[in-house]
Structure formats: C-alpha cells, structure tokens
Ligand binder design. Structure first.
Ligand SMILES: *[C@@H]1O[C@H](CO)[C@@H](O)[C@H](O)[C@H]1NC(C)=O
Ligand SMILES: *[C@@H]1O[C@H](CO)[C@@H](O)[C@H](O)[C@H]1NC(C)=O
Ligand SMILES: *[C@@H]1O[C@H](CO)[C@@H](O)[C@H](O)[C@H]1NC(C)=O
Length: 347
C-alpha cells in the first residue's frame, strides 16, 4: 500500500514532468491493470456491494467528481498513466463497450474488495475477483484478435503491453484476518494460506502469458497493519502498527518475490519486475503529518460516510478513508514503483 518514498523522488518527479513534455508519446503501447480498490477506477459502480466509492466525498479534488476511485482525487493508476505518458488514463473494463475510448490502449479490470481467492471481500457484496478479471481479459483478447485480423497481429500487440498486477491485500484484510466471516485462519497457518495465494496468483500470471503478456509489474501487499482501520479496530499493543498483520504482508511479499524470480527463469521471453509493497514510508519528511488517521469521517466498514465533510488539510494525510491513500500519497506510491519498473519495461 505504501511504497517507496525518498526525498529524491521529488526531484525525479520534476525531471519526469520535463521529459514528458519532450516526448509526447506513451512509453508503452498499451496498459492492462488487475487489482483491488487501490487500482479500481469505476468497475464496482454497478455491482451490488458496499465496496464502491462513486459518492461524495470521494473525488472531491477531481474535476470529474466521484467516479468510483477510492480516493479524494486521482489514484495510483492515474498517476502511473501520467508517468507512462498516456494523455488519458485507460478506462475501467465496465466501460469497455460504452466509454468511446479505444480499448487498444488497454483496460483497468481492478475491483474494490477483490482478492486472489474468489471468496475474499464477498461479505461486502459482489466483487470481480482475480479469476473473473482474467476471464474478462480473455474475452477482450478475443475481441482484439478479431479486430486486428488474426493471431499474428494480435500477438505482436499483446507482447508490447504492460501488465500491472496489484492484488492480495483483501485476501488478508477481508478474509484471513476476519475470522467472524471466513474460516481460513482456523484451517491454515498464515504461511500455508500464503502459499495457496501465491500458487493461485502464479497460475493467473501463466494464463496472462498464454494470452501474450510479456512485460509484468507484480506488486506485493502493503503494510496492512498500518492502516487507520487496523490500528483503531485492533490496537497495536505498544507498537506503531498491528504487527501480526504486517508480518503476514512480509511473508506474502517474500514468497511473491521468490515466485517472480522463478517465473523469470521459466518465461525467459518475458520481463518481470517485483514491487515490494512494504518498502518505504510516507512521513513528515514528505509533508505527511497525519499518517494513521483517516481524513474523511468513516462508517463501520472503514469507507467515508456519504456526503460527509473531509479534513481540509488533505495533502498532509496519508489516508483518505481507513484503508486508501489520499491522492498525494498515491502520487508518491506511483512514482516509487515507476522508478523501479520504468527503466526495464518501457521503451
Ligand atoms: C496485420 O497488420 C498489418 C499492419 O498493420 C496489416 O497491414 C494487416 O492487414 C494485418 N493483418 C490482418 C490479417 O488484418
Ligand atoms: C503485547 O506485547 C507484549 C510485549 O511485547 C507481548 O509479550 C505480548 O505477547 C503482546 N500481546 C499480544 C496480544 O500480541
Ligand atoms: C520489503 O521491504 C521491507 C522493508 O524495507 C524489507 O524488510 C523486506 O525484506 C522486503 N521484502 C522483500 C521480499 O524484498
């Protein structure tokens, strides 16, 4: 959730802005996103679920207003699009038939509350779990094959796209660590449960490879024990954060890194960059003076109370609601990751 942030990032942000003025073309031909609410830009709006953010005060700092982004303004994917040089960010898959924009630029399949396991987050209502996101991509794959006039052209196209996978937080927050709703923690240790998640995730990555994916950014989970929700609902027993939750995240990231290293040796035709989601912090050195309290008044599930008035000093807050970064935090997170994969996966 909270990625790399060092003061030199501010400088590279300026440099990148300058570079983009010089080179107006996107740095990748197309961009496909798989994930959860950190990436969702409207896919849940028409689903039967509490896990959607198409109401005020979400979007308060965006000219577009509430769009379904779990943020006060642009989210991490929006900033990633900017860094990659896209004029307009890729649309949600839910708008693939209505959006008017060209699906050949890519699509965002991410869904709030979604996990790698199909049941994760479902106590909140429907969500598009990773298996369904991959299924949606398979359908888009066939549309593009027919649009480009066959496999040869389509394969060339898919080979050039960037595939960004950032999912797993809900498999802990909205599954394993919610024993009132989900039995997994009575059946598995965190270690065994995580093995299962990584196994499933790597199977999905193999499907993407079958569908022509060759450039991957694979993100780990964030410091799930440092969200305002975890801290206020569980207590920290003297620590800064809820250690038990963060420990799970460290295990996930360590196993995911090993898996990505293994995938590199299996798929030598592909490039993978692993992003460690627990690396780095957003703190006072970057102007974030409130790191463990939400900016908006929150309801029982940790999202903003509809039509409530959020804090005025949003640029000093890391979190907008009890789980999701503010737009300023999202900008740093996007840049921290971009600095790691950009040199390897863009042209
Ligand atoms: C494949 O792409 C090339 C170049 O854009 C185009 O000329 C050709 O017609 C395409 N092939 C098919 C079968 O549509
Ligand atoms: C709380 O912290 C103390 C001291 O570090 C430790 O001994 C104890 O096991 C912790 N309790 C829980 C519930 O984690
Ligand atoms: C991720 O970053 C944290 C904090 O820097 C570090 O302790 C951990 O070892 C890293 N994990 C991996 C898999 O690189």
């Amino acid at each position: 959730m909270l990625a790399n942030t060092k003061p030199w990032l501010v400088l590279s942000l300026l440099l990148l802005a300058m570079l983009q003025c010089v080179y107006g073309k996107p740095q990748v031909h197309c961009f496909y996103v798989f994930g959860d609410s950190l990436s969702d830009n409207g896919n849940n709006n028409n689903l039967e679920t509490a896990a959607k953010a198409n109401y005020a005060p979400y979007g308060i700092d965006s000219t577009a207003g509430p769009t379904g982004r779990f943020c006060n303004g642009l989210n991490t994917i929006d900033y990633t699009c900017k860094l990659l040089g896209f004029k307009e960010c890729i649309p949600p898959h839910a708008n693939a038939n209505t959006g008017g924009s060209d699906i050949l630029q890519g699509l965002n399949y991410a869904s709030g509350a979604a996990g790698i396991r199909p049941e994760s987050g479902k106590h909140l209502g429907d969500n598009i779990d990773l298996g369904r996101q991959i299924g949606n991509h398979r359908a888009i794959y066939w549309r593009i094959v027919s649009r480009l006039g066959g496999f040869r052209n389509a394969t060339q196209y898919f080979n050039k796209c960037l595939y960004y996978v950032n999912i797993g937080n809900n498999d802990y927050i909205n599954n394993y660590f919610l024993p009132q709703r989900y039995p997994r923690s009575r059946i598995y240790t965190v270690n065994k449960y995580t093995d299962d998640l990584i196994h499933r995730l790597s199977r999905y990555i193999k499907v993407l490879h079958e569908l022509g994916a060759r450039k991957y950014v694979v993100c780990g989970t964030g410091l799930i024990g440092c969200t305002p929700n975890a801290i206020s609902r569980r207590g920290t027993n003297g620590s800064l954060c809820v250690d038990e939750l963060n420990a799970a995240s460290f295990i996930f990231n360590s196993k995911l890194k090993s898996k990505v290293d293994k995938l590199k040796t299996i798929f030598t035709d592909s490039k993978f960059v692993f992003i460690n989601g627990t690396d780095g912090t957003l703190d006072a050195s970057l102007g974030f003076t409130v790191v463990n309290a939400p900016c908006c008044p929150t309801r029982e599930d940790g999202q903003c109370v509809p039509n409530s008035t959020p804090c005025p000093n949003r640029r000093s807050h890391v979190f907008y609601d009890e789980y999701h970064p503010t737009t300023r935090a999202a900008e740093f997170i996007a840049l921290g990751s971009y600095n790691q994969y950009g040199p390897h996966l863009t042209h």
